[in-house]
Design a protein around this ligand. Structure first.
Ligand SMILES: Cc1cc2nc3c(=O)[nH]c(=O)nc-3n(C[C@H](O)[C@H](O)[C@H](O)COP(=O)(O)OP(=O)(O)OC[C@H]3O[C@@H](n4cnc5c(N)ncnc54)[C@H](O)[C@@H]3O)c2cc1C
Length: 219
């Protein structure tokens, strides 16, 4: 069952430009499903740290994984408060003044405490995570070894407290008409180049998962 729309708590209410706040959970899912990159932040001894990580949405939570030796993973696994941000840059908005210039974007901010997944479901969820990063790849390679699984920390973070902000469209100029200054938008989209085979793979066909990712890149 889906959780209610995002943006429900005091902490996840967008204050500036409320019109850009989106309370449609499906739009949040679309943003989260269109990329594999997030930035995770937490505070340690008063010092904020923000690091990039891969992630995949699994229903009403996101899955994160990393080396069990990584400080970030160890800290998050303790269940400390964290903030995860996902950003899609869709365009540079070139207004008639630098003041009014902006960006078109879709972004999600998630607050909460991560939970470590250690039980029997860990292996299957790690595969789900890997398959979300490069769909179809899990079926093309050998299964992970117990050693690999043991040295990987798997975390989940609920989407219960989250906000979505979206900007689209042309510049909103404070400057009146007739300035003769060009204004508009530079659209930005993610395109994948041809895959480069490593030395050993030169004579091998490009796998289906790689072909599919190139057609529909998530970044
Ligand atoms: C690619 C990109 C570039 C941006 N560049 C600028 C810039 O240069 N200058 C600038 O002033 N602003 C910029 N913004 C907007 C910025 O991210 C904040 O939304 C804004 O500065 C703070 O708004 P606020 O005071 O309402 O939020 P706050 O009161 O600081 O935050 C309250 C809550 O609102 C939610 N929230 C705030 N911002 C976002 C967001 N972007 N996405 C999802 N949830 C959010 C969070 O849940 C947060 O806890 C940019 C956004 C994006 C995505």
């Amino acid at each position: 069952m889906s959780l209610p729309n995002p943006g429900q708590t005091d902490r996840t209410t967008i204050n500036r430009l409320k019109k850009r706040s989106v309370e449609d959970r499906d739009q949040m899912y679309d943003i989260l499903d269109s990329t594999i990159l997030c930035h995770i932040g937490y505070v340690e001894d008063g010092q904020p740290f923000v690091l990039p990580y891969g992630f995949v949405r699994d229903g009403d939570r996101i899955l994160l994984h990393g080396s069990s030796g990584a400080r970030f993973m160890r800290e998050l696994a303790k269940g400390i408060p964290t903030c995860v941000t996902v950003t899609k840059l869709d365009g540079v908005v070139v207004a008639r003044t630098t003041y009014d210039s902006s960006m078109n974007y879709r972004s999600v901010v998630i607050l909460g405490k991560a939970e470590e997944i250690t039980g029997p479901e860990k292996n299957g969820l790690l595969e789900k995570l890997s398959d979300g990063l490069i769909p179809g790849r899990v079926g093309e390679v050998r299964a992970s070894t117990n050693k690999e699984l043991a040295s990987t920390t798997l975390l989940s973070l609920s989407l219960a407290e989250a906000s979505v902000k979206v900007r689209t469209g042309m510049p909103e100029d404070g400057e009146g008409p007739g300035t003769g200054v060009w204004a508009g938008v530079i659209p930005i989209r993610v395109v994948a180049d041809q895959a480069l085979a490593d030395e050993e793979s030169q004579s091998l066909p490009v796998p289906e998962s790689v072909k599919a990712f190139i057609k529909n890149p998530k970044a």
